[in-house]
Design a protein around this ligand. Sequence first.
Ligand code: PXG
Length: 460
Amino acid sequence: MPTSELQALDAAHHMHPFTDGAALAAKGTRVITRAEGVWLTDSDGAQMLDAMSGLWCVNIGYGREELAEAAAAQMRQLPFYNTFFQTSHPPVIALSERLARLAPGDLNHVFYAGSGSEANDTNIRLVRHYWAAMGHPDKQIIIARKNGYHGSSVGSGSLGGMAAMHAQGGMPIPDIVHINQPYWWGEGGDRSPEAFGSACARELEAKIAELGEGRVAAFIAEPIQGAGGVIIPPDSYWPEIARICAAHDVLLISDEVICGFGRTGNWFGSQTLGITPDIMTIAKGLSSGYAPIGASLISDRIAEAVNDAGDFNHGYTYSGHPVSCAVALANLTILEEEGIVDAVRTDKAPYLAQGWAALADHPLVGEAVSCGMMGALQLTPDKAGRAPFASDPGTVGYICREISFETGLVMRHVGDRMIIAPPLVISRPEMDILLDRARTVLDQTLDRIRAEGLLATRAA
Ligand code: PXG
């Protein structure tokens, strides 16, 4: 089918997530038809380097036969069975054992979901149920962060701190509150990053004091905010958060949907940032996106209390779906046997970091930061003043993203911050292409916004 026909049918019948439908229908969607390694091909035959791993998920890259084989074999053997009524099946048993081994500390128990959103919905109910079972039914409030992202269901979208989401559909639900994010470049003002990081963490302590320790169940955060713009907290942030959670008996939920499975150079972002969570949310890289699956990894203490408290009245048809579990197992085998996580830490991330940091000399770039295989470029008209553009936030970022696609590089923009999270298997020559194209994109963006009169600083 020609591209124009595909676009017309898509516009007529397909409603896209997080998209202005009318604007997309007028413009025409880009149709991706195949992919191999880090390379996408569209319906016109154009090739693009996918520096976003699909949507932060294709950690092992595209085109791995082993996962296709695992899915086909499992579909033939047992395409579906549920895990509700005292039944189980080999792939879910094997995956649970594997995850318990890979996860840090005593996170030895797995509750499955079909996605990261569902897993975070599980976490809301789980921590509240846990505290009730422990004799603290008033410990119900969950503290999260502005500009955090935890999913798009009513529960997980409430945990998230995206104002544009809360404006639609009656969110947040009760007993979820938000504190500020540790985004030094944009919000740190005159303070040093370290002082700002500590101050942000202490907002958690102030909020617990305001609400009362006896009412706060948990704090949830991404080790590094992904969808919020790859915001890497100052070093002072996480140790202080850990101290506060422990001091006030508040459970710590690390949302590892993006940071998990090697993205930061360790199996989990918690390990890179020195966090000891009670619960971890996982999805995306768990199957490298080849099949939908999410889960909560749960500590011994919480699992034992919940198991001893009778029925936990919660679950999804696709909790522990056999095909997704088989695909996840094949994915984890590749990550382990090919040493991909170690390669990120010792070789790929340092190489990427060096080239990425060098982009900070570009006149449009306020900061160029990375951790593992995720990075951000803050665009600004005034590097020294850390100032935003006069235009609506995201105007310049969107232009930059459009130029990036035209240049054969898939980057994403969050406001006026450009972000990348390439497949972990990207080679050095491919990283050179990524870096080279990113610089070209920045040059062309600067030319374009200058021509359009957008290189202005917002009045303070
Ligand atoms: N937690 C985190 C940290 C995520 O990044 C979810 C939960 C929800 O997972 P599901 O599988 O329900 O989508 C996510 C998802 C973006 C973008 O634009 C990021 C996500 C999803 C969609 C878009 O960066 N992350």
